[in-house]
Design a protein around this ligand. Structure first.
Ligand code: PEP
Ligand code: MG
Length: 323
């Protein structure tokens, strides 16, 4: 199956009833971005930029970031999603001393930190704008054909999005338009998805964090981490709700948590209304192959059944029967 999947990796993933599903790669390093086309990814759906900021005494300059993003824009097939620095929680960054926190996962992380240090947010946005502008005018790299997204992590309120927009919008004028979106990885954001959708260009559901917050179990604590199962029906209901809000507003919605790379979970996610997937690099070919074997209407039936399950185990048993 893997060999067959690899043989078709470069072809688009289209369901049996004709619905194309973009499959992007998650990238944690320049190496991942470079390999994304080789494995057949339609682009990079999540660039975790923390690696650029880690282990250094000062943040990277705008110029340094611009060069990096410009290089990545050349390497991706048709989309690059740069996630704004997601420091805090499980991702410490040395030059931002957070002080002792009793609950780092509930602390100053993601957009909360970026709003406290707006120059970090501004510099990343400017660097991406300039990368897009510099490539857009060159003839070699057809970067102007590529979609560029900038994504805010750890959003929990509508006001955070408004505050971020008021920082970024004044700087957006002269450069090619970059789509601004948010991660849905906090329960309050999923529950408020209807109010958030009109404020952004896209959603990306971070099921890794969403499940730890929904089930109140630290994803890094081995004694409870198994409780944070992204296939728990409580998480599935929030994914469905988020997708309804996005689809209703005509905004793209993806899942970029690890579960999107699990071939047995892919039909369920599509059935819940997820339109795009961003998956760990090695999972791309198989995920595309699975999409080609299902109709969207059968995915929807599967999702209806899963939403009636009472536990993650019941959902997992259901998926095992189907695959
Ligand atoms: C997530 O939370 O699902 C996610 C994709 O982000 P990260 O794993 O980097 O927190
Ligand atoms: Mg996350």
């Amino acid at each position: 199956q893997e060999v067959e999947a690899m043989a078709h990796a470069g072809e688009p993933a289209i369901t049996l009833d004709g619905v194309p599903v973009p499959v992007y790669a998650n990238a944690n390093s320049p190496e991942d971005v470079r390999k994304s086309q080789e494995v057949g990814a339609d682009g990079v759906g999540l660039l975790r930029t923390e690696y650029l900021f880690r282990s250094r005494a000062t943040p990277p300059t705008v110029e340094e970031q611009q060069e990096t993003y410009a290089c990545f824009l050349e390497q991706v097939r048709r989309l690059l999603t740069v996630r704004a620095l997601d420091a805090g929680g499980d991702k410490p960054v040395e030059f931002v001393p957070l002080g002792p926190e009793n609950n780092p996962f509930l602390g100053l992380r993601g957009i909360r930190l970026l709003l406290a240090r707006p120059e970090l947010l501004r510099d990343q946005w400017l660097a991406l704008q300039q990368a897009a502008a510099s490539l857009g005018s060159g003839q070699a790299a057809r970067a102007s054909d590529k979609e560029i997204r900038f994504m805010l992590p750890m959003v929990s309120t509508v006001d955070e999005v408004k505050a971020a927009r008021s920082i970024l919008e004044p700087l957006a004028g002269e450069f090619p338009r970059i789509k601004l979106g948010i991660m849905i990885e906090v329960p309050s954001a999923a529950l408020m998805a209807d109010a958030l959708a009109p404020l952004v260009d896209f959603f990306s559901i971070g099921t890794n964090d969403l499940s730890q917050y929904v089930l109140a179990s630290d994803r890094t604590n081995s004694r409870v981490a198994q409780l944070a199962d992204p296939l728990h029906p409580a998480v599935l209901h929030l994914i469905q709700r988020t997708c309804q809000a996005a689809n209703g507003a005509g905004k793209p919605v993806s899942v970029c948590g690890e579960i999107a790379g699990d071939p047995t979970a892919v039909p369920l996610l599509l059935g819940l209304g997820v339109a795009e997937l961003s998956v760990p690099l090695p999972a791309v070919p198989l995920v595309k192959q699975v999409i080609r074997r299902w109709t969207l209407s059968r995915c929807r039936e599967l999702a209806e059944t899963a939403l009636r399950c009472a536990s993650a185990l019941e959902v997992r048993n259901l998926l095992a029967q189907e695959s």
